[in-house]
Ligand binder design. Structure first.
Ligand code: ATR
Length: 489
């Protein structure tokens, strides 16, 4: 179930948002601490979905400005008015919680009592004792929300959900913050009683909350089943600019697969692999881990070994297999518009990981390659490893070639007004390919297009490499026609 919190400051606007939330929410949380003089009867009555009455004080991440007595009085009123759920913090004191449970029984109210614990700074190691304390109150639902300082903190939350399931105890457990986002997506699939989704971005009631539409339409958390679910994801830092989660989740939904793809924002790769290797079924790997990941894998496919970088991991019989689908994607994208690469004269700008992958692919196609780089030594080393020509970036004006490939990071978001090529005449009558895919049309490509060169966007590479990943993971073809359509938006 997805709970949409209502975070308005007036009764009128809260009622407006309750109406808006109706379509997507399973439950509506009335954040009474946000509303000035909340008209509780009306708010509960006007909500066609079950409601949670919550009234947080400032130390618990809320906005309530009155006295503790007034705060509790409002929650007690919610119990008397039969709000479907009433949330009281563990911090309110065991006696207060007991009084609320007694009031509920005395009034024969149907309210289910949630007892909640929040930690906005970290995820304590002793969560189990906090869980036991809350469970001991005899409440209906235990709620624990902590802040994830590391991606591995989510594992503590997942273990807790497992533990509560064994006890037959309803629990809502999640991590807040960017590194905790996965718990908001995977938690409910693993058995957390509900998760929170904001009505829209900007209306979050806690850090890391994801819009309800994203939870439903992209991650499909209300459709997936815990049993036999396959979990994939992107490992990197940062990960929030990647579009992979859109392609893969969309493809899973098109093929009706009980699979999900999430972003793992990782600081410590070793800890991540140790903690998560039994949880995921496959990974995409991005900056800065494409090289560093290799030492944690069991088997490296030969092309990835030669390139020295892995961007895809597939799990087979518990073993981690590393692949490089970037080079495949680059060649696919290139051949689509320049089909015969044999003996073509190709200049690659840049000598980093991206250049290495594309040069590996081009060598297989027997193209004649020259690598030009700002740092000559790096170009020399790459040319030695792959048996191709090399030079300094400044030599571009003197080169004779058919295809020009930008494998530097110049022009990438946010510095979108930059191009590695200043003299636009260089593009004349050439095929021009930019490995950068954010933005789709870089300045490099825009300049080339202006003088009618054939241009290839890094997006094509991105889609082709993702399609091969998808095949390696699922054995199925990515539904490319529909994927191409969504990637245009
Ligand atoms: P990736 O793995 O994505 O290829 P990388 O290994 O950091 O990333 O390589 C980035 C490439 O872009 C390098 O070739 C780098 O040139 P240097 O080897 O001289 O560092 C190139 N690059 C980055 N910024 C550049 C700039 N402003 N001008 C020219 N080349 C640049």
């Amino acid at each position: 179930m997805i709970v949409v919190p209502i975070t308005n400051f007036s009764n009128k606007s809260a009622l407006g948002d309750i109406l808006k939330a109706k379509k997507e929410a399973d439950i509506i949380e009335l954040r009474l601490d946000y509303i000035k003089n909340p008209h509780l009867e009306n708010l509960i009555q006007k909500s066609s979905k079950p409601v949670i009455a919550t009234n947080r004080k400032k130390s618990e991440g809320g906005k309530f400005g009155g006295s503790e007595k007034e705060r509790i009085a409002l929650l007690e009123k919610a119990v008397i008015l039969n709000a479907d759920y009433v949330d009281i913090e563990l911090d309110s004191g065991i006696n207060q919680i007991k009084r609320m449970l007694a009031l509920r029984d005395f009034c024969r109210s149907a309210s289910r009592i949630i007892v909640s614990y929040h930690n906005f700074h970290w995820t304590p190691k002793n969560l189990e004792s906090i869980y036991k304390k809350i469970k001991g109150t005899g409440c209906d639902i235990v709620k624990i929300a902590t802040y994830a300082k590391s991606i591995n903190d989510n594992l503590i939350i997942f273990d807790l959900i497992e533990r509560a399931k064994k006890d037959g105890q309803r629990i809502v457990a999640l991590c807040m913050g960017e590194k905790g986002e996965i718990s908001r997506i995977l938690g409910p699939i693993f058995g957390s009683y509900f998760t929170f989704g904001s009505l829209e971005s900007g209306k979050e009631s806690a850090p890391g909350q994801i819009p309800v539409k994203t939870l439903k339409d992209i991650y499909r958390i209300n459709k997936l089943e815990n049993k036999n679910i396959k979990i994939y994801g992107l490992v990197g830092n940062p990960v929030n600019k990647s579009k992979g989660y859109l392609l893969h989740n969309f493809s899973f939904s098109q093929l009706n697969l009980n699979s999900i793809y999430v972003n793992f924002l990782v600081d410590d790769l070793k800890l991540f692999i140790r903690g998560y290797r039994n949880l995921f079924d496959g990974l995409s790997v991005t900056m800065p881990y494409k090289e560093r990941i290799i030492k944690f894998l069991d088997v490296i496919e030969p092309s990835a070994k030669k390139i020295g970088a892995v961007n895809t991991i597939a799990v087979k019989n518990g073993k981690l297999f590393g692949y490089n689908t970037d080079y495949f994607g680059a060649i696919r994208a290139l051949e689509n518009k320049a089909p015969f690469l044999r003996n073509k004269k190709i200049v690659v700008l840049g000598a980093g990981g991206a250049a290495k992958a594309v040069i590996f692919g081009l060598k297989n196609k027997c193209a004649k390659i020259t690598v030009l780089n700002r740092t000559l030594n790096k170009a020399r080393k790459l040319a030695f490893d792959f048996k191709c020509g090399y030079g300094h970036l400044s030599q571009i004006n003197k080169m004779d070639f058919d295809v020009l490939i930008n494998a530097t990071s110049v022009g990438m978001f946010p510095r979108v007004n930059r191009s590695i090529i200043k003299n636009k005449e260089i593009f004349k009558d050439k095929t021009v390919f930019d490995l950068v895919y954010n933005p789709v049309m870089t300045k490099f490509l825009k300049d080339a297009k202006k003088i009618k060169s054939v241009v290839i966007s890094g997006r094509d590479l991105f889609l082709d490499q993702a399609a091969l990943q998808f095949k390696l993971w699922t054995g199925k073809n990515m539904p490319r026609v529909s994927v191409n359509k969504i990637s245009e938006n």
